[in-house]
Unconditional design. Sequence first.
Length: 247
Amino acid sequence: MRTVTGMTHDRAMSDVAERQMRHWALDLQTRQHVAEERAHTNVPQLIHPFIAISREAGVDATDLAKNIATKCGWKLLDRELLDYLAEQEHLSRLALEFVDERTVSWFHEMFGKWLEQQLVSQAEYVSRLGRLVLLAAQHESSIFVGRGVQFMLPRQRGLVVRFIAPLKQRVENFRKSKGCDEREAKRLVAEIDTNRQQFVQRYFHHDVTDPHLYDLVINLAHVPRDEAAELVATTAKRLAARLEIAS
């Protein structure tokens, strides 16, 4: 049974997260007005250096991204993107989860919005997400996790990384984190990988597993996680320094 103190702490943490999200939303709105006024400026020049992370299911890229963000001093944007879209676009958070990096049925695409106003088509989601990502990257250097962000931003302004690991290792990680048996973990890992591959193929016309799309492909079976985070952070900061000199 949870204590009153624990519940109060959770509520306080939730309030802090909400204030941070609203502050970021306000900053983005201000940045949007500035960008509109400077529409004649070359877009790539307005984009801050960024990191786009792709990952296989079960490698816990969010934890890695947090470590990289701490080392770089950059903002991490993963599921925060969904929070912002839901709040600013007045969309259902659950509806966004349904279309986020998933294989969506033709029925939902054709009849979803007609049946339920809170639903959003996946094509509309990708379009809105692209605008949000562009605004965020114009605001400050950021680390994006998944969702094909590498194809939404000027390639020369960012470091694109993919984290991989052997299937056995990923299934075990998933089993522990989700509290399920090995068979279910294996099924979920395969399903998530397939969904992400089809999402990128459908909207960006690339094979997400193609190593030529990335600056770094890091196999976590052979590179310790902290070393992997350090490698990415160091490489990203060097890229940022080169871009600063060139500007």
